[in-house]
Design a protein around this ligand. Sequence first.
Ligand code: WTA
Length: 648
Amino acid sequence: MSEELVFPPSAEAVARTRTTAEQYETLYARSISDPDGFWREQAGRLDWMVPFSTVKDTSFAYPDVSIRWFEDGELNVSANCIDRHLATRGDQTALIFEPDDPRAEARHITYRQLYDEVCRLANVLKARGVRKGDRVTIYLPMIPQAAYAMLACARIGAVHSVVFAGFSPEALAGRINDCGSRLVITADEGRRGGKAVALKANVDKALESCPDVETVLVVSNTGSEVAMVAGRDLWLDEEAAGVAGECPPEPMNAEDPLFILYTSGSTGSPKGVLHTTGGYLVWVSLTHELVFDYREGEVYWCTADVGWVTGHSYIVYGPLANGAVSLMFEGVPNWPDPSRFWQVVERHKVNIFYTAPTAIRALMGAGAEWTQKNDLSSLRLLGSVGEPINPEAWLWYHRHVGRERCEIVDTWWQTETGGFMITPLPGAIATKPGSATKPFFGVKPVVLSPEGRLQEQVKAEGVLAIADSWPGQMRTVYGDHQRFVDTYFATYKGYYFTGDGCRRDADGYYWITGRVDDVLNVSGHRLGTAEVESALVAHPKVAEAAVVGYPHGIKGQGIYCYVTLMAGEEYTDALKDELRAWVRKEIGPIATPDLIQWAPGLPKTRSGKIMRRILRKVAENDFSNLGDTSTLADPAVVTNLVDNRLNR
Ligand code: WTA
């Protein structure tokens, strides 16, 4: 039914858009036929210290994949996000900070204040021996210091690795060691939904297994007492007071690394996605401006956490490069009650609101009456990101939040892509609930059959791949270029493989159907089944575990675990609780298993490979097509699994 629902752009959106429908078609065609000319012009939106002469030098040819954009240009990201705005909008708000507690004062940080904070923090980093190219791990809650820390690294050419503050000490330690950070920035505590999160204590625990960390800078956030290790731990405020308020931005090559962000894949431990300087900033600033049709002075709010790529690209770098007013919210949608988002919209007269389907579905569940208590007339545009948005949630968002006046942009992209890839342009592209619509400039999506045959007809279904490079693309996996090549370019030669399935309708609209690999998307958080499995088997009583996703009404996907215990162990409910707590401790609360099914046997082929397809079907409650089970070593195992399934 939803494919027939079409929402043409409103008259207001058409009247104000920078890109009309015709311009979109013309510009898109040019961006594909003449990428050099197109991106040479677009890159002029940034301030370059040394202009580039070449634009695009990229190859997807396996195994010699190499991606370079603007490779002889030099610039500094923090100068582009701050310094160049000072003359015209130094006193304008750069960041609005809305604290977790609704009774606490919100704070406005101007571009000039941002300059001062970032320069000081940059000088503190320098004083602690951080140099260009060094990695710095940032483990902070949603407070302005997170943005300061990222920009301070960018200012001196250090490479930041932000670790989501919901990750456990174990997960944090793995990420610190993988990139070899010697300095960590954290806070005493975080605050979320009225509860304190013991960040400094987590860092202390993590550092027991990170021998190379020399310095921990601690933000005094809640003011609670925390242990400080002499010679290692320093209060950021005290250090910042003792350094100069000016720090010249380091000239960076366009291809110098800007940040590493760990993300989950099908196999193994999370990989360090590496983004570089020039192409990334061109990409996030252009997409932010056009897709939100952002105008001077508008208040823009992205509800993501800075620990994920959405926070990097669309709270910090894209908006600030554009001189925008970007709101940072420390709290959660449903505390103290499910109208919190709308209170914040009213309080700060938010014009553009960008969130995830999982939040929309949770608020939908709480009832539309919670959207009625506040004045939402400031809203002009709504965005969605992180997972496919089901048409029901799209329509609810449109009706109750957008009051049927706001445009909705459903933006498909990934940590790896740096920014938006498939998305409507408001005022130019009609929307269909559930479809991310059309490719952004320079993006050449293709649909392949699972075997890799290019689907040339418009109406097609298969896996989504991208045929050529775009400036915001990740450049490598930190420390493991071969893994980058093998993960994204080996399956379908000549293409970047996204890991997503998709459908293209007769109008050329893309409908993302979700991951086709072993990556889960739980409440918009990306998680590898392999990570949860290795956490489970690390428990002394667990012999084997297999983890799959299943459809979940609010989270999108839930985590379904099949667990085999060591011989002689008892299968009890108490042990299930213990395993749930164990996984939380190993990875973090986002990885908490939803369902654990005891599986004295797992379906395996005669060569010992677990047949995940069958486990997925059982978890999805779909037995119509279990496929051929005769190749299993012990077909009776399946009957047992089906009889004991949990998701009835
Ligand atoms: C999914 C988040 C459908 C997709 C920016 C992708 C989406 C993964 C959408 C990347 C969307 C993200 N519609 N699916 N609008 N946005 N996804 O790296 O499966 O955390 O591959 O980046 O989220 O998740 P990641």
